[in-house]
Design a protein around this ligand. Structure first.
Ligand code: G4P
Length: 534
């Protein structure tokens, strides 16, 4: 899979083999932003610590839509961060965190080939991580794990690994093991290389490389570890015995995760992580379409859109569609077919993401992301090719977790409201449900900020003054089954049946209990919490 390219392979195959496209998954505050910044520093993509942090600081003002608008110019280019490392090309896709957690976060995970999970040693497995792992499971995404904040007192590492195994149902294979923790943190031992990396406070890597010792027998280690030395040897023995060791195939199958320990803020433990990551993480993988599997090395270009972002000037409805290239390559000015629209378009001004190169890149390869300018013609889930009718599957619409009823303040604006909501839906900014039994319009989201964004965009872009109020909806389920059974369901249910923006039938359950009862009453109907675009 990750074989080095030879002179006999095509340029597409060679370029694809170099790519590592991934996202970081974590609960807020585990250290995703800090780690992102250190990865970019290692990759030479940024020179200054604090660059990514600054962006995050501006994000905190997210309830202020204008501030979001202003920061958008930055966020478009930081949605994908590309950097070279050890002769590989790494594409790091940013998943929005914190308050701006949204469906984008989920969908971005469909555009990667692997993920890096960051866990805070003191907090262990947290709710957001559980959710994001569920999404990774849908496509058996291989997972690397970084256990962060070892410079602080946390929980025993073995306990945290047990928790990952129990809750996330993935086996842990420690590759590095911490020597002490908190004030007594001395470094990590690399179980495969038999090397000790010494932790030297905040300026690790400052002078180039971390100090390393050969093996556990090094007298300096005995000196540094002091009384803890024997215990350390025992612990490592235990870890070796307990773990089944690292198996590349099982990692690629999503069954086992290699685990690294460190301290992101102190730039420690990241180099061993990154070295192994570019080595083991999968290059772009084949992707399923409704008709066949597409292999990255195929020459014709193909790809799908997983994210839409409105551009700087909302009045012009200028949007950028983020397309993951699945096969072939993009050349500036090339013609490609927008399959849903059945139209060929010439793309001359796609944004490519070369964090450390200033000139606009002329080409992009499998695993890369390109941003295509459009005026609302491209929707999430849309596929592009050089002619063949390919619909990539597995780009999901997740059931929202928060629901609000739309309150239109100016009744004359109903038409504009519906138009605006439909367009915002196509962008993936929200989900709209229209109950069959009344005239309500219900919005669904996975993050609260999505509602603020919708209200503000309706006002500024569609001139519609709308607010929201609570509604008794616990969750949404897409309805699948035999057409006759669906018809019966539709007719028998007095309330709770709605259509989503695409006209698909949805059950809006008022409570968990009601959902359960309805599922029991209708055993021949599938109540799905995910709807795929294709
Ligand atoms: P996030 O993107 O996952 O939300 O986390 P972020 O990187 O912002 O980190 C959350 C907090 O944890 C930050 O502190 C950050 O400095 C701190 N942190 C990250 N890695 C480590 C680590 O290895 N050790 C320790 N001790 N702390 C770490 P903050 O106080 O919220 O922000 P700041 O004022 O330090 O920037």
């Amino acid at each position: 899979m990750n074989q080095p390219a030879t002179a006999h392979t095509s340029q597409t195959a060679q370029e694809a083999a170099l790519r590592r496209t991934f996202a970081i998954i974590s609960h807020p505050d585990a250290g995703k932003t800090t780690l992102t910044e250190k990865l970019l520093l290692f990759g030479g993509a940024i020179q200054l610590a604090g660059t990514v942090k600054g962006r995050k600081a501006s994000r905190h003002a997210t309830s202020d839509w204008m501030a979001m608008e202003q920061s958008r110019g930055i966020s478009v280019t930081t949605s994908v961060m590309q950097f070279p490392y050890n002769d590989r090309i790494v594409n790091l896709l940013d998943t929005p965190g914190h308050e701006d957690f949204s469906e984008d976060t989920y969908r971005t995970l469909t555009a990667v080939d692997s993920a890096l999970m960051v866990i805070d040693i003191a907090r262990g497995v947290e709710p957001r991580t559980i959710k994001l792992m569920e999404v990774c499971r849908l496509r058996t995404t291989p997972i690397f794990t970084f256990i962060n904040k070892m410079d602080r007192d946390g929980r025993p590492p073995i306990e945290v690994l047990d928790e990952i195994e129990d809750i996330l149902k993935i086996e842990c294979a420690p590759i590095t093991w911490p020597i002490g923790m908190g004030r007594a943190f001395k470094g990590v031992y690399h179980l495969l290389d038999d090397k000790v990396y010494l932790y030297e406070g905040s300026d690790n890597e400052a002078g180039g490389k971390t100090v390393t010792l050969d093996g556990l027998e090094d007298p300096r280690l005995k000196e540094i570890a002091g009384d803890y030395y024997d215990e350390l040897l025992e612990e490592i023995e235990l870890v070796r015995e307990a773990g089944s060791g690292f198996d590349l195939e099982r990692y690629l199958a999503g069954e086992v995760t290699p685990v690294f320990f460190g301290s992101a803020v102190n730039n420690f433990g990241i180099r061993p992580l990154l070295d192994s990551f570019v080595e083991w993480a999968p290059a772009p993988q084949p992707r399923e379409t409704t008709s066949r599997e597409v292999v990255p090395t195929e020459e014709p270009l193909s790809g799908f859109v997983f994210k839409i972002q409105a551009n700087m000037d909302p009045q012009h409805r200028d949007r950028i569609a983020f397309m993951r290239i699945c096969s072939g390559h993009y050349k500036k000015g090339m013609k490609m077919r927008h399959l849903r629209a059945g139209k060929d378009i010439r793309v001359g001004d796609a944004i490519t993401f070369m964090a450390n190169r200033r000139e606009a890149a002329e080409t992009a390869w499998p695993g890369d992301i390109i941003g295509i300018h459009n005026h609302g013609t491209i929707a999430i889930g849309d596929c592009f090719s050089e002619g063949e009718d390919l619909s990539f599957t597995g780009i999901p619409n997740f059931a929202p977790e928060l629901f609000q009823r739309v309150v239109l303040r100016d009744p004359l604006k109903a038409k504009a409201l519906h138009k605006g909501l439909d367009q915002l839906c196509e962008e993936g900014a929200t989900q709209v449900f229209r109950p069959l039994h009344n005239n309500d319009v219900i919005l669904g989201a996975v993050g609260t900020l999505q509602f603020d964004v919708v209200a503000e965009r309706l006002r500024t872009e569609y001139n519609v003054n709308a607010g929201f109020e609570g509604v008794e909806v616990y969750t949404a389920r897409w309805i699948y089954g035999e057409p006759r059974e669906i018809e019966r369901f539709r007719n028998r249910m007095d309330t709770g049946v709605a259509e989503d923006h695409s006209g698909a039938l949805v059950y809006l359950a008022p409570s968990r209990v009601k959902l359960q009862l309805t599922e029991e009453r209708w055993p021949d109907i599938k109540f799905a919490n995910v709807r795929e675009f294709n």
